[in-house]
Design a protein around this ligand. Sequence first.
Ligand code: SAM
Ligand code: SF4
Length: 357
Amino acid sequence: MTTSVPVGIKPKSLRAMEPEGLVVQTMPTSGPLVDRYGRVHSDLRISVTDRCNLRCVYCMPEEGMTFLPNDELLSFDEILRFAGVAKRLGVDAVRLTGGEPLVRKGLVNLVKGLNDLGFEDLSLTTNGTELARRADELAQAGLRRVNISCDSLIPERFAAIRRRATLDVVLNAMDAAEQAGLRPLKINVVLLRGQNDDEVLSFAQFARTTGRTVRFIEFMPLDAQGNWDRAQLVPGREVYELISERWELEPIEATASPAPAERFRFADGAGEIGLISSVTEPFCGTCNRLRLTADGAIRNCLFSDAETTVRDILRQGGSDDAIEHSLRSAVWGKFPGHGINEPDFLSPQRSMSMIGG
Ligand code: SAM
Ligand code: SF4
């Protein structure tokens, strides 16, 4: 049985953001995964668990998180079947995430299976705590790249923000990933006003000396505690101005595949930075992403509660055509924008780690 939210019903705030003129009038039954605004979806985020060994301040409370029972998680075979259908419909990039994907046992087997399906890009977002000893086997299984989260270059501060992890372990993980050939390495930094926003130039210098891409992410209303406060957010524009006062930055043209990060290189040499300004400068107009949650729901937007469950199809002998229909209707139902900046915006019921960031 498929549960879908009705398409075409939008909260007032989102209606205001609707692009002029609808590109597509009727949901297609063949061709790529397209929504009614013409956005083709080719990038799939697969969450393999909602669990995590850390409790980052902007993501989870220190105590009291509850997690899905194991039997509600999709098995690797179920994920692979879903991914195979998505591939046939034009999805060419898969990123594994969570929670912390490396706490899921046997993840390397899923990586092998996804690699066998032949995706052009296969990557992982991780907190880095378990990566150093797993980087080689993951690379050999077909993983291409990793994004490692690291919110401070000051050990005490890193520990205070990420809780339950230390900076040295994560810096070692970065070296191990590069040695294993998991390149280019991207470092995710969530900036929080008054906590680590004085490290923008240190991270820019880190990008210059290591050649790793540092991506500054705006704090989004997706923490499980529901404590998001706009005053804590550091706008991407501010980061750009701060860095460009010190070093000249050149924009890097977007490639064929739309990316959430606005990319810049240092004009005088190595290094790149990215700005993920999801709140202050949303990139919804070119969003090509869809998500599969660990318990088998398709999400067409991080900020919308709309979900289409595929776990029942996978577990009750449903056909590939039924999976395809779920994918098409989930994409078709996507709103034009996330509406964070509208007065009636409500944070989604599931937080970042439950959806898959
Ligand atoms: N556990 C892995 C990690 O930390 O990289 C992967 C999952 S995590 C949810 C994915 C990314 O989302 C990380 O870079 C993390 O810093 C970011 N993130 C988590 N909560 C966030 C929030 N409320 N606002 C912005 N980014 C957030
Ligand atoms: Fe865990 Fe990643 Fe959330 Fe931190 S950001 S608590 S590492 S899922």
